[in-house]
Design a protein around this ligand. Structure first.
Ligand code: CNA
Length: 253
């Protein structure tokens, strides 16, 4: 872990992490705004990602929506990287009180994190729009449960991912918990997010603690407000692999 970050982590026992797609690029999942991100990729469908991932598009072009969604947002083979693992370790050590993520990939939980507030939902759970029956990710990606790529419930309804599409409301309860965690934290680590997507990016304004650390490859509109800004890969900056007991002593206080 970066020494400057480590010092701040040592001095805190109420850390909250606020992150985005950049946290998962080192796991092989493209983000939106990096050079290799989905915005810059050849737009095979003729629409930008924001349009394809909107509620209107989902309703009017359901088949194309699912094709794009499955090709670009579902990465069943992806594994947590060093940043996910470090955050899980900090939670275990009693230092980190929550992860507020805009990601929908479920990699924080896969790394062992428990307090994860997914403000944009998750690909892991899905519901029938007609009868409400819940389904896992496996069901949605299995083409035998789909008609023209659209996952269908046993009742005939369409199975919709529990992902917040553009134009849709954020999950109220999760947002309330996320904002509460941020407002109570004394160290806020922001990472892997361009801070361009609202209202989520605005949640960091609820922070009234001591220090803000910002770890992001590209500059963000928030850089000037952070106490420590690191423009390097987050997996490298946060890496705690092989350092099991690093914060144990303090956690035991
Ligand atoms: P974004 O706008 O694509 O920004 C990502 C930021 O991360 C960029 O500023 C990059 O410079 C930075 N970045 C990329 N890789 C790294 C790295 N290894 N280390 C440090 N920084 C890095 O993504 P945001 O999350 O800010 O935008 C919010 C959208 C993207 C949310 O609605 C997400 O649901 C959506 N999204 C999520 C995923 C996912 O779940 N993994 C993937 C793609 C998009």
């Amino acid at each position: 872990m970066d020494e400057r970050l480590k010092k701040l982590v040592e001095d805190s026992d109420n850390i909250v992490f606020f992150g985005g797609a950049g946290v998962s690029t080192e796991s092989g999942i493209p983000d939106f705004r990096s050079e290799k991100g989905l915005y810059h990729a050849k737009q095979t469908y003729g629409y930008p990602p924001e349009t394809m991932l909107s509620h209107t598009f989902y309703v009017n072009h359901t088949e194309m929506f699912f094709k794009y969604y499955k090709e670009n947002l579902i990465h069943t083979e992806a594994e947590p990287n060093a940043a996910h693992r470090a955050l899980a370790k900090l939670e275990k050590a009693g230092k980190l009180k929550g992860i507020v993520t805009q990601n929908i990939d479920g990699l924080h939980q896969k790394a062992g994190s428990q307090k994860v507030y997914e403000v944009h939902g998750t690909i892991m759970t899905n519901h029938c729009e007609k009868c409400g029956k819940p389904y896992g990710l496996d069901y949605v990606v299995d083409e035998k449960n789909c008609r023209n790529g659209v996952p269908k419930c046993s009742c005939g309804g369409t199975v919709k991912p529990d992902v917040v599409l553009y134009e849709e409301m954020l999950p109220e309860d999760t947002v309330a918990k996320a904002v509460k965690a941020i407002s109570e934290a004394d160290l806020l680590i922001i990472g892997g997010t361009s801070l361009n997507v609202y209202p989520a990016a605005g949640f960091i304004n609820y922070f009234h603690g001591r220090n803000i650390v910002l770890i992001n490859m590209a500059e963000t509109p928030f850089d000037s407000r952070a106490d420590l800004v690191i423009h390097e890969p987050i997996g490298k900056v946060m890496n705690l692999d092989g350092q099991e007991d690093i914060f144990k002593e303090k956690a035991g206080r």
